[in-house]
Design a protein around this ligand. Structure first.
Ligand code: ADP
Length: 467
């Protein structure tokens, strides 16, 4: 089957969050299964090109309107990757980050047009679109038997003025694409929902949650009419493997308890040394997160402080905060600057992320909503118990008292109670703790199952088209 993914991100060459991991993990599994796969993404300025092999320029020059498009082909491990460069006076992808610009809708519409131009004269079985950034491609004439849109986060919809559709010649669709919350605007994601054959999202619970407010962000009617399927994300078991992880000082097999415990202790000592932290007796509690409202920053804050009160050690690795949240956390860091039991690292740091999964005992994931969430699954794979708010994919993967801890309401009292329960268990019942860690480490979050579900969905589409 010839499957083409259109995406803004692809880990590890262009990653902001889970989207990059998911496209990488799914494409890799599809290649392994013998599918003919290709991932197309913009040639972002800050791509980690060193991770790509056999980069070469595609010989034919292409155009979007009068703007030249250069196409680069490469491979990322086993995955064929196509990078699209657009010579436009606004330099849409010559930017220091992947998103966050006022002309983002324009940047991704022109990317979809360039991809369309590259794909002309090619016959696809499945065009797989990811999030609002590539949704508009569902409305373009691309020779594909079927189109799937996966929504990784309903909150981001690519709202923009209808005039943005002009460059794609799609002004006639403005009525259909009208944003239900703001009729002056259109939603690019809505276009993807309406014009794809099937819409999926990244966990079964989130697939239910997005059918009503607040998680629907105005799309409840559109989604109910269309239907949406939840397929839980996997994680890449080669990449997230404590036995081979190149970022770790001490690697370990998660299914050997003594080895796991001993290595966790050593990895923790390494971190304490590296970050100039003390060596308290209690557990190490971490949060590895984008610091945006979705991730429950007020709950993270409450839990970090409570960790200290309970005699534990806390580390926050957080990036991407908007100014108000950034200010709050920097003030907190200032308040605790002479306390060596807590450390704040405001950056995206892949290496420190791995080290923290390996060294921590608990990982905080108190999201207000969470389409799937990867960090809780990664944590379990490293023998770290997740402490989560029961929402979306967190509710599909964490069972309180079995492989982690959970709470329901988004008020600080609830996370504090859950944290107290976790500390009590850690201190008073090491056998039960061991049982839970082992249960988490045994969980199967590989891509094999999820990729098979996508494959079945693709086949259904193709069958219905042939019928
Ligand atoms: P989201 O996509 O909403 O950010 P996910 O849980 O789906 O959340 O995926 C987050 C991914 O990004 C994980 O691989 C996690 O390890 C990584 N990550 C998040 N924040 C950081 C950070 N500050 N530094 C390093 N890795 C991070």
């Amino acid at each position: 089957m010839r499957i083409v993914h259109l995406s803004a991100e692809l880990a590890p060459i262009a990653k902001v969050g889970g989207l990059g991991d998911v496209v990488y993990g799914l494409a890799k599994e599809q290649v392994r299964k013998g599918e003919q796969v290709e991932v197309i993404l913009p040639k972002h300025k800050r791509l980690h090109l060193s991770k790509l092999d056999a980069i070469k320029k595609f010989p034919t020059p292409l155009f979007v309107h009068e703007f030249p498009v250069t196409v680069w082909k490469a491979t990322l491990e086993s995955i064929p990757v196509t990078l699209i460069e657009i010579d436009h006076p606004n330099n849409p992808f010559e930017r220091d980050s992947i998103y966050g610009f006022s002309d983002d809708p324009f940047r991704f519409i022109i990317f979809a047009l360039a991809a369309q131009s590259y794909l002309s004269n090619q016959r696809l079985d499945i065009l797989h679109l990811h999030d609002w950034h590539t949704s508009i491609a569902a409305l373009l004439s691309i020779d594909t038997k079927g189109t799937v849109l996966t929504i990784h986060n309903m909150r981001y919809q690519g709202q923009c003025l209808p005039e943005e559709l002009k460059i794609a010649g799609l002004e006639r669709q403005r009525e259909k694409l009208k944003d239900p919350h703001n009729p002056e605007m259109i939603s690019l994601l809505k276009g993807g929902i309406l014009f794809s054959d099937r819409v999926t999202t990244v966990s079964p619970t989130y697939a239910k949650e997005v059918l009503s407010p607040p998680e629907s962000y105005g799309m409840e009617r559109t989604l109910k009419q269309k239907g949406i399927t939840g397929i839980l994300n996997g994680i890449d078991y080669d990449y997230w493997n404590s036995a081979y992880d190149p970022y770790l000082s001490v690697r370990y097999r998660r299914d050997h308890w003594e080895e796991l415990q001993e290595s966790k202790r050593k990895n923790r000592e390494e971190i304490q040394k590296k970050l100039n932290m003390s060596k308290p007796k209690g557990p190490l509690v971490s949060a590895i997160s984008r610091l945006v409202p979705q991730k429950g920053p007020h709950l993270i804050k409450a839990a970090l402080k409570e960790t200290l009160r309970l005699g534990g050690q806390a580390i926050l690795l957080g990036a991407g905060a908007p100014p108000d949240i950034d200010k709050e956390f920097r003030e907190l860091a200032e308040e605790f600057k002479s306390n060596r039991d807590i450390h704040f690292h405001f950056d995206y740091d892949e290496a420190l992320g791995h080290e923290l999964y390996a060294a921590s005992d608990l990982l905080l994931v108190p999201s207000l909503f969470e389409p799937c969430g990867l960090t809780q699954m990664i944590a379990m794979r490293y023998g770290t118990l997740p402490l989560v708010r029961l929402t979306g994919g967190l509710a599909d993967t964490v069972v309180d008292g079995k492989n982690g801890f959970s709470f329901r309401q988004s008020d600080p009292g609830e996370i504090i109670n859950a944290l107290k329960r976790a500390f009590t268990l850690y201190q008073a019942n090491p056998l039960e703790w061991k049982k839970m860690v082992e249960e988490g480490a045994r969980s199967n979050f590989t891509w094999t199952h999820s990729a098979a579900l996508y494959r079945a969905l693709y086949s259904e589409i193709l069958k219905s088209k042939n019928a």
